[in-house]
Design a protein around this ligand. Sequence first.
Ligand code: FAD
Length: 367
Amino acid sequence: MESKTEFDVIIVGLGCVGIAAAFYCTKMGLKVLGIERFNDTGSIGTSSYGFTRIWRMCHPDLRYNDMQQEAIEVWREIEQRTKKEILVKTGFVWIGPKDHPDFKSVVDSKQGEFMTNQQLKSKYSGLSAIPDDLSGIFVENAGIVRVQNALQGTKQLAIEQGASLKFNTKVQKIDKVKGEVTLESGEVLRAKNIVVCCGSISDQFYEKGIFEMRKSPQETYVISDNSGLPPTMIMHGAKELEGFDLYALLDGENLQNYKFGYEAEATDNTKTLPILKKYFPTKYEKLIHVQPCSYAITEGEEFIFERKDKAIYAFGLNGRGFKHMPYHGKRIYHLVAGNQQEADKYKKSRNIPIQSESKMQEPIAKL
Ligand SMILES: Cc1cc2nc3c(=O)[nH]c(=O)nc-3n(C[C@H](O)[C@H](O)[C@H](O)COP(=O)(O)OP(=O)(O)OC[C@H]3O[C@@H](n4cnc5c(N)ncnc54)[C@H](O)[C@@H]3O)c2cc1C
């Protein structure tokens, strides 16, 4: 089956990246078709599923704060135009050993206010069992992204601006040289640019030796009691965490629950549950469900935004891509428009290098 329709951009995958690209490209006047295999953006099984995410102006590598700032500007526009609340400002607490390089770098660069172990425990009763060698940083300019409002608001505006979005439609094949997308039905669609942003769940477009990515399975643990805990937090560098992060935040449609995630790259209850039990004994009993999920992880945990022929690959957002969602859309637009310098402005690390203790394992696929 053939189709002659030519678009400026076909976006394959409408997770947070794809829907943001549909919004920004149509805002800039481009003719856009978005294709998603599931029945909506942010469906269960994708990385963008859920109620909440953390946003924060706090990172050892300062370009992530720059991206956050650009994202906030677009979020505010989307909030204003849709009348949907997206960013809830609650503050954020980073917990870690005082002498850990990442922790030190955010303190030294004055991104937050230092809190002693005692101050943490007296302000947040739910943290009373954390080890005595951990301290905190409170960052005011941070909080929660309401995922559903973010995705649905952005989708609404993309459609109003003229985007055609096809759901329940799986892409079978992409020809990056011809700029062709073949659907499962056999229909072939063409565009000047094909944006490939399939997150971690689809590997049929991976091309050996170009980019490296692996799928990292994760789990989140939802607890029915959010009292006495910081609205959003990350614990990084604690001994039992073995170099991985434990993050936690308010969850649920009305922020009535609390969600923990341990980024240990495994759906492994035997690792996570003992940590929750030891560090959060008053909350452990309130566990209501465990949600499997996955990240797309790249070497050095760098985001990938690259053009190859007519294809633009946008993926590898690891466990921290949602907070920058509207900026990803803008960056993709710049790649489409040929503004390479603008698209690459955050490619190089700024100031303080990330001290990652986790090593890249064997990739499961190459993109
Ligand atoms: C539990 C959890 C907690 C997180 N917490 C935070 C946080 O606090 N702060 C933060 O900033 N980030 C966080 N993240 C990370 C962030 O959510 C992800 O980086 C982001 O959602 C990735 O979006 P994506 O669009 O790249 O991928 P996805 O959301 O996975 O989107 C890819 C889309 O492509 C579609 N697709 C795949 N193959 C095909 C095909 N063949 N045809 C058509 N469509 C296809 C999929 O169905 C999917 O909709 C978290 C992630 C998880 C899982």
